[in-house]
Design a protein around this ligand. Structure first.
Ligand code: PXP
Length: 258
């Protein structure tokens, strides 16, 4: 019988920088937070270098790349200036996200089907650097063909609507949509990730989706870290993910393994 796929935790440290930028101080350090996360079970560290530099700064990315032993996943918009920086820095992983200046956080997934050549070109530039490239998308099956055609190796499913849904029927319907999309994306040869709005209270149902291999979690972990410490917050989330995954029936073999 095949084993369940491992489920990795990517810890997003953007909001450590949010706290630092609120006062323009040198603390708290996203690098120190990332090193504690790494020592506490994080499989990778994620940062989003936004166009307005509201939290993570360019120097943070350089420091993280020079210091971490786990991979760095750089979230970025498909814009020339930031793509040029990614080409220079060559992070191990890149996740293309839509970005609007006025939004509080990344509010929706990329419109890959309607995005024209911009996303395809960005994926090509990032793949040239050797990065694993993922696209942050809504679980919309109508986008799947266009996602595969970009040449990205992975897809990150936006779990924000699921995380925000309060009514159980709506939440279950959204979970079903995510589950269906995850299976179809894996069958199409994509590595499947998920993230946004995940907390210790809503992560288990996502961790149970057999083809999902990586969760990227930030805001709730940094919030928990304020109360219980970064090491405890990361270790608790990782334990929850691993325990949930190991108590699952094995994933069906992928087509390529048949
Ligand atoms: N994945 C992507 C692509 C994101 O843009 C974000 C938010 O920066 C996250 C995951 C993490 O979301 P949250 O901070 O709500 O955990």
């Amino acid at each position: 019988m095949s084993q369940p796929l491992p489920l990795r935790l990517g810890v997003n440290v953007d909001h450590v920088a949010t706290l630092r930028q609120a006062r323009g101080t040198a603390y708290p350090s996203p690098l120190t937070a990332a090193l504690i996360a790494q020592a506490s079970g994080a499989d990778s560290i994620t940062v989003h270098l936004r166009e307005d530099r509201r939290h993570i700064q360019e120097g943070d990315v350089v420091d993280l790349l020079n210091t971490l032993s786990v991979p760095l996943n750089l979230e970025l918009a498909a814009e020339d200036a930031i793509l040029t920086l990614a080409e220079e820095w060559r992070p191990q992983a890149c996740c293309l996200v839509p970005e609007k200046r006025e939004e509080l956080t990344t509010e929706g997934g990329l419109d890959v089907a309607g995005g024209g050549p911009r996303i395809v070109d960005a994926v090509g530039r990032l793949r040239e650097t050797g990065a694993r490239v993922s696209l942050f998308v809504e679980p919309d099956l109508a986008q799947l063909e266009a996602i595969v055609a970009t040449g990205a190796q992975a897809v990150e499913i936006h779990t924000g609507a699921y995380a925000e849904a309060r009514e159980p029927g709506r939440r279950n319907a959204l979970l079903e949509g995510i589950t269906d999309f995850a299976h179809r994306a894996a069958e199409a040869g994509l590595e499947v990730h998920a993230g946004h709005g995940l907390t210790v209270d809503n992560t288990a149902p996502i961790a149970r989706i057999a083809p999902v291999q990586e969760l990227n979690i930030g805001h709730s972990l940094i919030g928990d870290a304020v109360l219980i410490g970064m090491a405890a917050a990361v270790a608790r989330m990782k334990n929850l993910m691993v325990h949930t995954r190991l108590s699952q029936p094995a994933a069906a073999p992928s087509y390529s393994a048949l």
